[in-house]
Design a protein around this ligand. Structure first.
Ligand SMILES: Nc1ncnc2c1ncn2[C@@H]1O[C@H](COP(=O)(O)OP(=O)(O)OP(=O)(O)O)[C@@H](O)[C@H]1O
Length: 293
């Protein structure tokens, strides 16, 4: 369990902004921070990693106190078991891919573990190359691998996929999903991409002016419950989940997310990424597949 209770005065463009957050995160949970630019998302990750000092509050990770203002406890970033991945990769340019991983590895993370991580992240062909010769998606895979060799208790991801094109981003989302469960990580992701959040996160925390204004499962938070009556929209399938007697298809329509109940046999025909038409004449939306992904 991770207990975060942070108070920090920040200098926003319009003047002082008080960031005041209290978040409890279960071990193994995948949480997303969502909100407009300047609401305090990056500052929150920086405080968890020890790069920015809160004015008051506590950070307790699996019973270990990382920060407690009242007890004057403040572990250095090096002592906090955090893997931090940024949008701009921040790899060491003079080192090869392998050297970047070796430099970051903890003592316990042996050579064998690095070899299997290289295999998992499909970096074998690239391990002797320098970052400048890699594409954005490849660099980000190295940055993720580098965060993992530090054996983090928390993986902090600050919009790691925002600079990548859709196809690469989609692929890396799959990697993120896989490593989160394979390494039994607790992950906090900053993202503006609603479909990415629905795909990856157990919980989304919405911030405004340094405060939590809403939180819950992505479906719950993003579903536009106002949608009813007569409408017809095209969208993209984000998720197909099969319940006992029905299936639920989560569809992104522009920036909104809706859920449509369909028969299991209709769901069999649908895959994540398919383009669909969502139509409603009364209150019961129907879903038609337009084309496969
Ligand atoms: N060390 C600091 N001291 C005081 N104010 C800061 C500090 N770091 C950032 N700020 C200010 O705090 C506000 C929140 O910044 P932050 O980077 O956390 O926002 P964000 O939600 O991550 O935004 P974006 O989505 O644009 O990255 C900004 O107005 C920023 O200028």
């Amino acid at each position: 369990m991770i207990q975060i209770d942070l108070n920090k005065k920040l200098q926003a463009a319009e003047g002082e902004m008080l960031l005041k957050l209290k978040i409890d995160i279960e071990k193994g949970e995948f949480v997303t921070l969502y909100g407009a630019s300047g609401v305090g998302k990056t500052s929150t990750l920086r405080m968890i990693s020890g790069l920015l000092n809160p004015d008051a509050g506590k950070i307790i990770v699996n019973d270990e106190v990382w920060f407690d203002q009242s007890k004057k406890i403040n572990l250095t970033p090096q002592k906090r078991k955090v893997g931090y991945v940024f949008q701009d990769y921040a790899l060491f340019p003079q080192m090869t891919v392998l050297e970047n991983l070796q430099f970051a590895q903890t003592k316990k993370y042996g050579a064998k573990a690095i070899t299997s991580l290289i295999e998992l992240m499909e970096l074998g062909q690239l391990q002797n190359r320098k970052p400048e010769t890699l594409s954005g998606g490849q660099k980000q895979r190295v940055a993720l691998a580098r965060a993992l060799v530090q054996q983090p208790e928390i993986l902090l991801l600050d919009e790691p996929l925002a600079a990548l094109d859709t196809t690469i981003r989609y692929k890396l989302q799959e990697y993120l999903k896989q490593i989160h469960s394979e390494f039994k990580l607790t992950t906090i992701l900053i993202s503006h991409d609603v479909s990415e959040i629905v795909k990856l996160a157990d919980r989304v925390i919405c911030l405004e002016d340094g405060k939590i204004i809403n939180q819950g499962t992505p479906e719950h938070v993003f579903i536009n419950q106002k949608l009813s009556g007569k409408f017809k929209f095209t969208g993209e399938v984000l998720k197909v989940s099969n319940e006992e007697l029905i299936s639920i298809v989560t569809v992104r329509i522009h920036t909104e997310v809706v859920k449509v109940v369909v028969q299991p046999e209709e769901a069999q025909n649908l895959d994540v990424g398919d383009k669909v038409l969502v139509v409603s004449k009364a209150f019961n939306p129907l879903l038609y597949k337009l084309r496969a992904r």
